[in-house]
Design a protein around this ligand. Structure first.
Ligand code: FAD
Length: 653
């Protein structure tokens, strides 16, 4: 092997083979550039540190977007998913979110195989401890590892996850580690500080894993997977391909009064409550200690028991993340219904780690301080595989764009959840680990998981990485347009009225069929059946999922336009002054987190309010409405005062 092959210069070095690193290294190497991926342990490529699941509320949307953009996460989960479930089915279809449990061993093996078989990509196990920066030009030129190796590149993407000075806590037992069983990276954050980066600290936690054979299935409620699982990847969807893995159930159970008693009795032995952990964790993903303290009135908490794979007996106990000592964790587990004799295989723990506040980044994830250096994933203060994968992919894209001297690729908030994620990070920063929620997106009716291909496939196509899917997407949407036109032309007939009568839908004969789809609460089986009645159109080539998707498109057309108008109004209102004496407690509908932060910061105008992390567009709408109402009331009062002074008020009434 030549020195160039060994040390570089490479077009790009990716540090870290987690979810961000996998996407970043894959996309840059597929674009034809030489990439070196350095990671602490090559057996842990795409390791699922916590929950063995991909997707979920809003996160499922991100995975579909990653897939549409040419990333790997959707494909990997579709090859290794063992329990698919579409969440939020009882809500509007814009809120439907796909989620799947993975066989976590197959997941990481599958990811590693893809990388190993990428022609321009070299994988090496090594620990990066320092950066090489050309200080005159403020440009990255390479990295140094703990073993003294130097590697050179004009672009470096850091995706170090929870590993920078990672400190694990189990009760009062504390030790260094990037996650349990893995060494931490102790020196790299010092190097970042040396180059002028701000480094701060966050924490997160994970629950214990138990042995499946020690659960009492008779006392547990089985949760079956979806009968027709919807794949994450558009390649699977376009081919109507069946998912390869066997689908298995998860189980549901509950904590008891005894669980509560045990936690309360041992609270001070928790690393979190005993004062050992100072950093901030994700409030929306609370530990069992937090749940018992914060929701003291709640008699029980739901627990999901999720298998970690097909060939292992380990089960993830979703809902009891904890930093309590091991003896207490055993007591807690054994106090849960159906787990009276359960054996813990790995304890739960909390972890504190260094991250770099993401306001130090351009919106294309390159650092403002050092040209060519990008950060992606948990190093930016996010939490979650999906958020990490999305950033890795976007950093990768921007390395490609930079090499090709193209403008940076920055997705708009109206284009993708990934656009919202990165915009929030670089403009608002983070005060606690950031995860995606649908409420963070102002255009959520348009940003649906089902239309991610329509929104985003042009980007991989622009850089020659569309895997042949772009043309298929285009003909798909041309065909959808033809169906929509045919639906508009079809008039509601007597036969259609009979069908609608079965669901108690009362509508006038002769109206366009599209009017039915716009009605609230049309059951999906009726929506699907209506496609058989479209005049002069054979829709039999459409799958059930496509029929649902088209009915959603028609249903939300009007809402999407209204949402766009609302957003425009919000943008115009950024200068609007918020009255100093505004009483946030008296405003209905604000999220608790937003209310707390608004009370604390007391922003002077709406623009400042919108930049507060945790204050979402929906909260801004509520504050705007409130200010406008108050202004109108004040105007009315002063008008009345003027009128009463002039003696006219009686006549007015
Ligand atoms: P990671 O997946 O952490 O990967 C980082 C990679 O970088 C690793 O492969 C590591 O070996 C490598 N690396 C690090 N430093 C160096 C270095 N100096 N040199 C070379 N290689 C290096 N997410 C949720 O959504 N919900 C949760 O409840 C949740 N709980 C969690 C609990 C725990 C205990 C942990 C550890 C994580 C949890 N996560 C949770 C977070 C989730 O695991 C991460 O968000 C996600 O894995 C981040 O992806 P990443 O690619 O940024 O980093």
């Amino acid at each position: 092997m030549s020195k160039i092959d060994r040390e570089g210069p490479f077009d790009c070095i990716v540090v870290g083979g987690g979810h961000a690193g996998v996407e970043a290294s894959s996309i840059v190497s597929r674009a034809g550039y030489s990439v070196l991926l350095l990671s602490l342990n090559l057996d842990e490529i795409a390791q699922m540190s916590c929950n063995p699941a991909i997707g979920g509320i809003a996160k499922g949307h991100i995975v579909r977007e990653i897939d549409a953009l040419g990333g790997l996460m959707g494909q990997i989960i579709d090859h290794t998913g063992i329990h698919y479930k579409m969440l939020n089915l009882s809500k509007g279809s814009a809120m439907w979110s796909p989620r799947a449990q993975a066989d976590k061993y197959q997941y990481k093996q599958y990811a590693k195989n893809i990388l190993e078989n990428s022609p321009n990509l070299q994988l090496r196990q090594d620990s990066v401890c320092d950066l090489i920066v050309d200080s005159k030009q403020n440009k990255i030129t390479g990295v140094v590892t703990d073993r003294g190796n130097k590697y050179y590149a004009s672009h470096v993407i850091l995706t170090t996850g929870t590993f920078l000075k990672g400190k694990i806590h189990i009760g009062d037992h504390t030790f260094s580690g990037g996650r349990i069983g893995a060494q931490s990276a102790e020196r790299l954050s010092g190097s970042l500080e040396k180059f002028g980066f701000e480094v701060s600290r966050l924490k997160t936690g994970t629950p214990p894993r138990i042995h499946a054979a020690t659960m009492n299935l008779n006392k547990l409620e089985a949760q079956e997977p979806d009968k027709v699982p919807q794949p994450f990847s558009f390649a699977f969807e376009y081919d109507h391909a069946a998912l390869p893995q066997k689908q298995i159930p998860c189980y549901i159970t509950y904590t008891t009064a005894k669980t509560k008693e045990i936690v309360e009795k041992n609270l001070l032995r928790s690393a979190l409550y005993g004062g050992k952990i100072k950093s901030v964790g994700p409030r929306y993903c609370p530990s069992i200690e937090d749940k018992i303290v914060r929701f003291a009135d709640k008699e029980r908490h739901q627990i999901f028991l999720e298998p970690e794979g097909l060939d292992t007996n380990e089960v993830y106990v979703n809902g009891i993340s904890t930093s309590l000592p091991e003896d207490v964790q055993w007591e807690i587990v054994n106090s849960i219904i159906g787990l009276e004799d359960a054996q813990i295989m790995r304890p739960g723990y909390a972890i504190e780690y260094d991250f770099c506040p993401p306001t130090q980044l351009h919106p294309w994830l390159e650092t403002k301080k050092v040209e060519g250096l990008f950060f992606a994933g948990q190093i930016n203060g996010t939490t979650g595989y999906e958020e990490a994968g999305a950033q890795g992919l976007m950093a990768g894209y921007n390395v490609i764009h930079k090499i090709r001297k193209m403008d940076p690729l920055v997705l708009g908030r109206d284009e993708a959840y990934i656009g919202v994620l990165i915009d929030d990070l670089v403009t608002k920063g983070v005060e606690e680990p950031y995860r995606m929620f649908t409420s963070r997106a102002e255009y959520r009716l348009f940003l649906r998981q089902d239309n991610a291909d329509f929104r985003l496939m042009k980007y991989p196509h622009n850089v020659g990485l569309d895997r042949g899917l772009y043309a298929r997407m285009q003909s798909r949407y041309e065909c959808y347009n033809a169906v929509k036109i045919a639906i508009e032309k079809t008039k509601i007939s007597e036969e259609i009225l009979v069908l609608l009568g079965k669901a108690n839908i009362d509508i006038q004969k002769g109206l366009p069929l599209s009017h039915v789809f716009k009605r609230p609460q049309v059951p999906s089986e009726i929506s699907i059946a209506l496609f058989d009645y479209i005049t002069n159109f054979d829709s039999s080539f459409l799958s059930e999922m496509e029929k649902i998707k088209l009915s959603m498109d028609i249903k939300y057309e009007g809402y999407v336009i209204r949402e766009m108008v609302k957003t425009k109004r919000r943008m115009e209102a950024v200068e609007k002054i918020i009255p100093e004496d505004i009483d946030y407690d008296a405003i209905n509908g604000l999220k608790t987190e937003a209310r707390e932060k608004l009370k604390r910061v007391r922003p002077v105008n709406l623009g400042q309010a919108a930049r507060i992390s945790g204050v979402d567009p929906s909260d801004i709408d509520i504050v705007l409405l409130n200010i406008s109402k108050a202004a109108k009331q004040n105007k009315d009062v002063s008008r009345k005062n003027v009128l009463s002074q002039s003696g006219k008020v009686k006549n007015e009434q």
